[in-house]
Design a protein around this ligand. Structure first.
Ligand code: FE2
Length: 330
């Protein structure tokens, strides 16, 4: 069987295909995407949807070609239902619903955050990880927990203001980097020599990044860009590693899984890896391709829901659904 996955929560329009033959392990057989380029003005929802509508046909065709199948061979269509930017979620929903009606196959709503976790677990062969989910809009420390009859991803710690990716993107724009986002910070940070003391805010297992951003905006006339990038990354990542270690000492999961768009940062991977080695816990991170937003993770999570026969009934997009708002049926 083949499940098509459509991702469109924010800047990326992605399409992936997952295949599973009888009694065999699932395989992600295609993963194609188009990403709206970062600009100094950030992301405007209307422009994102225009970008998605200009690219969806080409991305869909590439994904089917990579999988080596025709559209008629799709057995179900999964899509990002939540959380995300309203305009973008609705565009993905309309495309997915149209395809499901046209093909006469089930429509499977998927929570984007759960999809990030599931694809990381799948690719790293992680059994029961403590999850560190880091992206533009989210920074959460999660672990699978049983409540009554159901399992949920319980949130042990999270950002109290902005996501770590949003923080790094805003540093990139404020310092006029090229590109003006977290990648610009990542490229400049290794060239920094001087560590500048910045606000460090960890409250138990929760974090806050806006004070750090305000301090950087105030200090940008006084210090060089490279030193500020270096200090911003070291401070924010140290906060995240400290909160994760505190949580790990409490939950004692056998693995720590880093996932989400900012999990691609090699310095964050290195710091989290050091902590896991000290705690004698396996550190897992999926290849970069599957940490950014992608259709493959939506297809995979769609397959997990389809296989256990628990496809959610509510299909309409939900901008704000939290990762812990729905049970994990698989
Ligand atoms: Fe994401």
């Amino acid at each position: 069987m083949h499940i098509l996955g459509i991702e469109s929560t924010a800047h990326t329009f992605g399409v992936g295909v997952v295949q599973r033959q009888l009694n065999e392990k699932a395989e992600i057989v295609s993963n194609q995407l188009a990403k709206f380029p970062s600009t100094q003005k950030g992301y405007i929802p209307r422009e994102l949807v225009e970008f998605h509508s200009n690219h969806f046909k080409e991305v869909l065709e590439k994904a089917l070609a990579e999988a080596g199948i025709s559209i008629q061979e799709i057995d179900a269509v999964a899509y990002s239902q939540s959380p995300g930017i309203g305009h973008c979620l609705h565009f993905g929903y309309i495309i997915s619903k149209t395809l499901s009606v046209f093909l006469g196959v089930p429509l499977i709503p998927v929570n984007h955050a759960i999809a990030h976790v599931e694809v990381g677990k799948f690719l790293c062969n992680a059994r029961d990880p403590l999850v560190v989910y880091v992206s533009g809009g989210n920074t959460q420390i999660l672990a699978r927990t049983k409540v009554g009859r159901n399992h949920y991803y319980k949130v042990y710690g999270e950002t109290l203001d902005i996501g770590i990716g949003n923080f790094l993107d805003q540093v990139g724009r404020s310092l006029n980097l090229n590109p003006p986002d977290a990648v610009g910070v990542l490229l400049n940070a290794p060239k920094g020599k001087k560590f500048i003391r910045l606000p460090y805010t960890v409250k138990g297992m929760n974090l806050a990044f806006s004070g750090l951003l305000t301090a950087i905006n105030r200090l940008k006339e006084k210090y060089g860009t490279k030193d500020l990038c270096y200090s911003a990354q070291e401070t924010a990542f140290s906060m995240l590693v400290e909160a994760t270690e505190r949580c790990l000492c409490h939950t004692r999961n056998p693995e720590v899984l880093l996932c989400g768009g900012n999990a691609r940062n090699k310095r964050l991977q290195e710091m989290m890896g050091f902590m896991c080695a000290e705690q004698e816990t396996r550190f897992c991170v999926a290849p970069d391709e599957y940490n950014g937003d992608n259709g493959g993770m939506i297809a995979l999570t769609g397959l997990l829901l389809y296989a256990c026969g628990k496809i959610p009934e509510k299909k309409e997009p939900d901008q704000k659904a939290r990762v812990d708002s729905q049970p994990i049926p698989f």
